[in-house]
Write a new protein. Structure first.
Length: 134
């Protein structure tokens, strides 16, 4: 068995075999690429810079949830409601497209990251809609 594996390695990697091995693998890299998300732009300026929000928005929302639910502190800074007001896309008829729709802000990045946040099981997905729990 060892001689067989050793022979295969020599044939694949010896005398230009490495080049052929890499050329055979190239089509796989083209098939396996996942497009980077391109969510719609927000309607206003975010409360934090983009890179900070990409990495930390969940921690900000958890902190905000804890302050609101456990301590009764309600402020608009870092609130999910304010995020939705800026990131929901307005349609020509004046209504809003939910941020969880295909190609929309929250869904675009969360699908790319392979996560399913449960925020919208209770919270509204558009600025003008009542929350699901109300």
């Amino acid at each position: 068995m060892f001689n067989f594996i050793s022979g295969v390695k020599k044939r694949l990697w010896g005398r230009g075999g490495m080049v052929w091995g890499l050329l055979l693998a190239l089509p796989l890299t083209a098939v396996c690429q996942v497009p980077v998300p391109a969510p719609p732009k927000a309607s206003g300026r975010c409360v934090e810079d983009t890179q900070f929000m990409r990495r930390n928005h969940m921690m900000l929302l958890f902190k905000k949830r804890n302050e609101t639910m456990r301590q009764g502190i309600r402020t608009p800074t870092h609130s999910l409601k304010k995020c939705i007001e800026c990131h929901a896309q307005r349609l020509p008829d004046g209504s809003y497209r939910p941020v969880t729709d295909e190609g929309q802000f929250c869904r675009e990045c969360h699908s790319y990251a392979g996560v399913h946040p449960d925020c919208f099981d209770c919270h509204a997905t558009t600025p003008d809609a009542p929350a699901h729990g109300q």
